[in-house]
Design a protein. Structure first.
Lengths: 354, 188
């Protein structure tokens, strides 16, 4: 009887151990959502209620006028000829919600397009031509390497060098990022979806794509030596002032990859001669602070895609989706502790202080 | 040993084992995806949502089936305490099977995520877009998942206790694959 009791206990224990293994509790070296979230918090500090990355931001609304030209490539309802309302968020990379705006800081534009009665599309884009890493582990290693040393308050150069030595793809990508022309503001920035996706047509044909939002506002180069006159919110204040004057527009340009173009590595640019399709125009006619804006409650998960747009084999997409979900869950539970966002409603009413 | 017990009806056994596999898969996918940042994540999420809806549909069918095909009685020899434990644990199992998918559906609604069944087939939200509500339901989803898993392990242990220690036919009433050896069951 004792042996049989033992067998029962062993069987129950085995089930529990299997469950714990799947949940990652038995493999502390596995890169999990928890470890990624902790690394981001270590690097940026803990800011309850804010996103773990791209914490500083501003909500906006507008619409997308589809010209129908992408509808041959993708059966998604957003590409049918017509107008789709959208909820946008402009942001700066980094988990510090009150960081000062700097010209070189990576700028983000996230969109949630909601066609009436059809599937929505969420996309996050950045004003850099390629992503700096090509794997979740790479992003984690980079985050650790850029975490300030408690002793000096600055990242340890030795750690950054070790990261670069271990990630040659990041060295190449950083060079491309560093060479990019930086514009004076959000309005004249080109925003790129760095990860590849796939467009699927009504006939079932699938092509690899990357997309960009290219401003109709003319490019003006930022002075590389940052002007001292820049206020700590100058990028957002300018955006508020510009939208108050007239709506801002970006063209949605779809770049179609050819067989052999890398879809699983966001650090690699595609050749510049690839066919491009102008799918329509995004118009932003209203900005609001995160306090009243609808964007604050949105997780701009890159895998919220309508039929007709599919994920590619880029591992960063799955990693982003997973970590965004964790960040969203964390901040959703901290809304009461959240401080007002850097760009407040009064700044918007003041027209960006201009 | 007491007289052999009647077995569960064929539909009851079928739905029990089908849901056993589905729920165990669901729990493992759930804890797995909540920890993952790998490429597995997107595939696990894509399975988790429709599988949860399938479980919700099956649990409703199961309630109906239970009315049509009531379970065989527990053996008379079973002590009262074990009888109560058996009843209570089954009520809890049924409750969790029903509530888990509803909490999942509700939390996706509160987060304003699309509730994708397959491709363009979506379910409507059942709750308003509200972050605090999402946070609460998301936490509840995890806690109830652990509770359900623990309960399943206990259920499994109890079944083995019936089969290996008491040998009272309770395990066989659900787990036996033999067809015609028990009274009351006609071969097909």
């Amino acid at each position: 009887v004792l042996i049989r009791f033992g067998a029962i206990g062993a069987a129950m224990l085995l089930a529990a151990v299997a469950f714990a293994y799947v949940g990652g509790w038995l493999s502390p070296q596995r890169l999990t959502q928890d470890r990624m979230a902790t690394a981001l918090q270590d690097a940026n500090g803990i800011h309850p209620g804010f996103r773990l990355n791209h914490a500083k931001g501003l909500c906006a609304t507008g619409w997308f006028d589809s010209n129908g030209q992408a509808s041959a490539l993708s059966k998604a309802a957003v590409f049918a000829l017509g107008r789709v309302p959208l909820i946008a968020r402009f942001s700066l990379a980094g988990g510090m919600p009150f960081q000062a705006d700097r010209p070189g800081t990576v700028r983000g534009l996230a969109l949630r397009l909601i066609p009436a009665g059809a599937e929505e599309w969420r996309t996050g884009t950045l004003n850099i031509p390629v992503f700096v890493v090509n794997s979740a582990q790479g992003f984690y290693d980079q985050t650790l390497a850029s975490t300030p040393d408690p002793a000096t308050g600055k990242p340890d150069p030795a750690k950054m060098n070790a990261f670069l030595a271990a990630h040659p793809e990041a060295v190449k990508a950083l060079a491309i990022v560093k060479d990019r022309p930086v514009s004076t503001g959000f309005a004249n920035s080109t925003f790129n979806a760095l990860n590849a996706f796939r467009f699927v047509s009504a006939a079932g044909a699938s092509v690899p794509v990357r997309w960009s939002f290219v401003p109709t506002q003319g490019f003006v180069a930022e002075n590389p030596a940052e002007p001292a006159s820049h206020d700590k919110n100058y990028l957002f204040d300018d955006l508020v002032a510009q939208v108050a004057e007239h709506p801002l527009q970006w063209r949605l340009i779809i770049t179609i990859g050819r067989p052999g173009d890398p879809t699983n590595d966001a650090t690699l640019p595609w050749p510049s001669d690839r066919e491009q399709v102008d799918a329509g125009t995004v118009t932003i006619d209203n900005v609001t602070s995160e306090v009243t804006g609808q964007c604050a409650e949105v997780n701009y998960d890159p895998l919220v895609l309508p039929s007709g747009i599919e994920s590619s084999d880029d591992p960063i997409l799955s990693a982003r989706s997973a970590v965004y979900a964790r960040s969203f869950t964390l901040r959703a539970g901290q809304q009461r502790e959240k401080l007002p966002s850097a760009i407040a409603e009064k700044d918007i009413h003041a027209g960006g202080g201009r | 040993m007491s007289a052999p017990l009647a077995r569960f009806s064929v539909p009851s056994r079928f739905i029990h084992w089908l849901m056993a596999v589905m729920i165990l898969a669901m729990l493992c996918i759930g804890v797995g995806m909540a920890a993952s940042v790998s490429e597995r994540y997107k595939f696990l999420v894509a399975i988790h949502k429709p599988l949860g809806i399938a479980i919700l549909v099956l649990v409703v069918i199961r309630f109906v089936n239970r009315r049509i095909n009531p379970p065989p009685p527990l053996p008379d020899s079973l002590p009262d305490l074990q009888r109560i434990a058996a009843k209570a644990s089954h009520i809890l199992l049924y409750l969790l099977m029903l509530i888990m998918p509803l909490v999942g559906w509700g939390m996706l609604s509160a987060a304003s995520y699309p509730i994708v069944v397959y491709g363009p087939l979506h379910l409507p939200p059942i709750l308003p877009h509200n972050l605090a509500l999402y946070a609460l339901l998301r936490q509840l989803h995890t806690c109830l998942a652990y509770a359900l898993f623990a309960l399943i392990v206990v259920h499994f242990g109890a079944a083995l206790f019936h089969g290996l220690i008491r040998r009272d036919g309770v395990l066989q009433s659900m787990a036996s694959w033999r067809r015609a050896q028990l009274p009351g069951v006609t071969p097909r």
